[in-house]
Design a protein around this ligand. Structure first.
Ligand SMILES: O=C(O)CC1=CCC(=O)O1
Length: 86
């Protein structure tokens, strides 16, 4: 996920949106659907791993991100590797 918050976005709106994004992300982590959330060093971007049942569920989850309007998101579906030991 690459975040591009407009520079002219009102500061109060930016702060509120980022706070709601954190709440949303932490709730999904508590639910076990947002498995990993890592910051890409030096960028306003993250790498995330989600555990969902369908593309529809992932779409709804991402669409609901408060920062979604300001994001470029690249999706790479993953499945279990035959050599994985965990
Ligand atoms: O900061 C980001 O990468 C966007 C984001 C995802 C979850 C969150 O709290 O912020």
């Amino acid at each position: 996920m690459d975040v591009h918050i407009p520079r002219d976005l009102e500061e109060k709106v930016r702060v509120d949106t980022v706070a709601r994004e954190k709440e949303y992300a932490q709730e999904l982590q508590r639910e076990g659907r947002w498995l990993h959330l890592w910051r890409i060093v030096g960028q306003y971007s993250n790498i995330s791993i989600f555990d969902v049942e369908s593309a529809d569920e992932l779409h709804e989850l991402l669409w609901g991100l408060p920062l979604f309007p300001y994001m470029d998101i690249t999706i790479m579906p993953l499945t279990r590797h035959g050599s994985a030991i965990t």
